[in-house]
Design a protein around this ligand. Structure first.
Ligand code: GLN
Ligand code: ZN
Length: 748
């Protein structure tokens, strides 16, 4: 029995890669300095894997930004405009990742998208008719050699051709047109690596866990049929993750490859598939240690699972790259009784090695130690929460009266003008705001001083909102660092790591909170500042909350209860908050579900049964008890929900705002066709850019909106919160927005 992993976090134990790369970008260190730092980091990680006892070690899982970009770069899939910039190999790479604006030219960054169902982002390769695929980078070879010189035989990793083609964007061209050249280029890589002495190559093909049907299936067949005709003597591992490969399992096990990597955590059907038969002449890389979550592996279950597999050649591996978990638990300050339940990347290596030893009959202690961890509940249980969940019935998830009736009631109650204007919640988080919050956190300023500061900001921004004539105001969220962390810190059942960074994109990381126990709210969280703001103005001030699905999706979830159950607990806690806001005179409450769209299952066929069927009711639970006169808003960051419009409607909010301007308002057609019932606020300008939209431009957009959606149902607002914007541009843009709304109102 052997051990392996799919990939290791590259940012470093103390985010060394981030800090060095950013220094390089700021011209504080040279390219040589950066290359040396990167090399040291790679060496450290390979040694770490080796000393942990991992038998098969990957290379080229390192990246300065993103491995999909690395792969595109390797194959010369680089837009001409970027090639024409007279830049070094490394700077051209960074130009693709971040754009370039300087004396050599001005180009935009490649688009960035979420990597499958994770919070990691990849850069989207762009194919044009004249894209000339050929080997044009040496990173994969250099890194293989680097490890080899250090005495470590590695298995180079690269994004596989099927996934690469499936994730790319094609301009005036189709994937099929590039298959021959791409296949030849991959074969070129095989040849070179084989000549260097490599034995294996790992082709990452997570795309295979999606619905691989129709054209997609044909593409997969074609690519692999051709590719495997010439492997240059290398052994090939096709590595999948994030789900199961039910559409192509039979094809996969028939391919002339030596290894197949399958995910036993997220792949619900993986076990069933393998049990249906696995060839003796292939190795199964069994992803049994969860690469996406931070809980200790249950050895007994894993051993039983592995023993039940009718497989002759087995390698124990992780379910996906360890990129998605933090580096090590060693630097955390949790008490030992909590810490013992967690395994970050480094600890997962020991888990693999212990599992191997147990299977080989060499480590009885490890099994016993592990067993003890699972004897008692791992988390703090809260009987009150259990009682509340048990008492829920169907009606708990339904708001009365109906949406239409509420709309009538609220119309009379609020008497808002046509095309009411509002913003999404946050105002610019200036350096001063961030600094003051940090000072308060470190007890450098008193509660009183801090409160005075926040109140001052709220006053100032309320006054501005009144002056420019916004209809529904917000308090500005100055007291919040992050829309999930803020709630986590104020809820029971949450833990926060000190150094638990996970790469989100490039040098940016997130530190997801950990759901440690039953989630409950013991005191109001947002009431103080919402109530304060409402007391300062005669206009309506929106209460501002984060929804349960988003809170769960941006945390490390529990494994001992289902995500549904966890979400219901969070929903009940937020429900308390909603009712407290209502009790304190807040008449409009926005419950953001920024991340609801993002965790849709990878297979369309699973969307409802696996996710929406509980995520949508969880949202309804949050607001089901409010009075008919209380207006519930929700906000989503993506407009790409044309395909789940019935589900969005089912959330039964009164108003929804969403990003629309960047996607050319495409969603409006869908809303029109489906006779969308909710009031809508399609963002009228893009807040992700510092550009200030003119009054005419916004009027134009509003006209486009009311062509498709009845004007009585339309709200006018920006795309998203303004917290990342500068004060000047934020104010100018919103002023133009209110002006545009006024002018259109006068016309219709
Ligand atoms: N209310 C939040 C804000 O304005 C919403 C953020 C988001 O959707 N990501 O910042
Ligand atoms: Zn948003």
């Amino acid at each position: 029995m052997t051990t392996s992993i799919i990939g290791f976090p590259r940012i470093g134990e103390n985010r060394e890669l981030k800090f060095n790369t950013e220094k390089y970008w700021r011209n504080e260190i040279t390219e040589d300095d950066l290359q040396t730092a990167a090399k040291d980091l790679r060496a450290k990680h390979w040694q770490l894997l080796k000393y942990a006892g991992i038998d098969e070690i990957p290379s080229n899982d390192f990246s300065f930004f993103d491995t999909t970009l690395d792969t595109a770069y390797l194959f010369n899939i680089v837009p001409d405009a970027v090639k024409q910039l007279n830049l070094s190999q490394l700077d051209r790479y960074f130009a693709l990742a971040r754009g370039y604006q300087g004396d050599k030219g001005d180009i935009k960054a490649l688009p960035m998208k979420k990597w499958f169902n994770t919070n990691y982002h990849y850069l989207v390769p762009q194919f044009y008719e004249d894209t000339d695929i050929k080997l044009s980078d040496t990173k994969i070879f250099d890194e293989y050699q680097e490890a080899k010189d250090a005495g470590i035989q590695t298995r180079p990793v690269i994004v596989g051709p099927f996934t690469l083609l499936s994730l790319s964007e094609f301009h005036d061209s189709k994937p099929e047109a590039f298959v021959d050249k791409l296949v030849a280029a991959y074969q070129g890589v095989f040849e070179k690596l084989a000549a260097q002495g490599a034995e294996w190559i790992q082709l990452d093909e997570p795309e295979l866990v999606k619905d691989v049907i129709g054209e997609s299936y044909d593409l997969f067949k074609k690519v692999y049929q051709d590719l495997l005709k010439n492997k240059a003597g290398l052994k090939v591992l096709i590595q999948t993750y994030f789900g199961d490969v039910r559409d192509v399992y039979e094809d996969l096990i028939d391919l002339p490859v030596e290894g197949i990597g399958l995910d036993f955590h997220e792949g619900r059907k993986t076990l069933e598939l393998v049990k249906s038969g696995f060839p003796d002449d292939k190795i199964l890389y069994a992803g049994v240690v969860n690469g996406k979550n931070i809980w200790r592996n249950h050895y007994e279950d894993t051993i039983n699972l592995l023993k039940s597999l009718p497989v002759k050649n087995l390698v124990i591996s992780t379910s996906c790259s360890l990129l998605h978990v933090p580096f090590t638990i060693e630097n955390e300050e949790f008490p030992e009784e909590i810490k013992q339940h967690f395994a970050f990347a480094k600890e997962k290596l020991s888990e693999l090695v212990e599992l191997q030893a147990i299977l080989d009959g060499k480590d009885k202690d490890a099994e016993a130690r592990n067993k003890k961890l699972f004897e008692k509940p791992r988390v703090t249980e809260n009987p009150k929460v259990h009682e509340r969940v048990a008492a829920l019935n169907d009606d708990s998830f339904v708001r009365h009266p109906s949406l239409e009736q509420r709309a009538e009631i609220q119309k009379k109650e609020f008497n808002l003008p046509l095309l009411p204007t509002t913003t999404i919640g946050s105002f610019p988080q200036t350096k001063e705001v961030k600094r003051t919050r940090a000072q308060f956190r470190k007890h450098e300023i008193s509660q009183e001083e801090y409160d005075k500061f926040i109140a001052g900001h709220i006053d100032e921004w309320l006054k501005w909102q009144e002056d420019i004539g916004l209809d529904v105001l917000v308090h500005g969220e100055f007291e919040r660092n992050d829309m999930v962390e803020y709630f986590g810190q104020n809820l029971e059942g949450y833990l926060f790591s000190k150094n638990g960074w996970v790469q989100s994109y490039g040098t940016r990381g997130v530190k997801p909170p950990i759901i440690w126990g039953d989630v409950a709210r013991d005191k109001p969280i947002t009431v103080k500042w919402s109530k304060y703001a409402q007391s300062k103005t005669d206009k309506l001030v929106k209460g501002m909350l984060t929804g349960p699905v988003t809170i769960l999706n941006w945390s490390f979830p529990r494994e001992d209860i289902s995500q549904r159950e966890s979400t219901i607990q969070i929903a009940l806690a937020i429900q308390d908050e909603v009712l407290d806001l209502e009790k304190n005179g807040i008449k409009i409450i926005q419950i953001d579900e920024a991340a609801l769209r993002e965790k849709l299952p990878l297979r369309k066929t699973d969307w409802y049964s696996e996710y929406l069927d509980w995520a949508v009711p969880a949202f309804r639970l949050v607001h089901s008890k409010v009075k008919p006169t209380t207006q519930i808003h929700t906000h989503m960051c993506y407009s790409e929900f044309t395909d789940i419009i019935p589900a969005i409607q089912n959330m039964d909010a009164d108003v929804i705002s969403f990003e629309a301007s960047r996607s050319n308002l495409e969603i409006l057609d869908a809303l029109q066709q489906e006779h969308f019932k909710l009031q809508v606020g399609p963002g009228v300008y893009d807040i992700h850019s510092p550009r200030i939209p003119s009054v005419d431009e916004i009027k134009n957009t509003i006209h486009k909106i009311i062509e498709k959606v009845p004007e009585g149902k339309v709200w006018i607002n920006p795309d998203c919160g303004l917290k990342t914007r500068g004060v000047k541009e934020a104010k100018a843009s919103v002023e133009n927005l209110t002006q545009a709304a006024k002018e259109v109102r006068a016309e219709v």
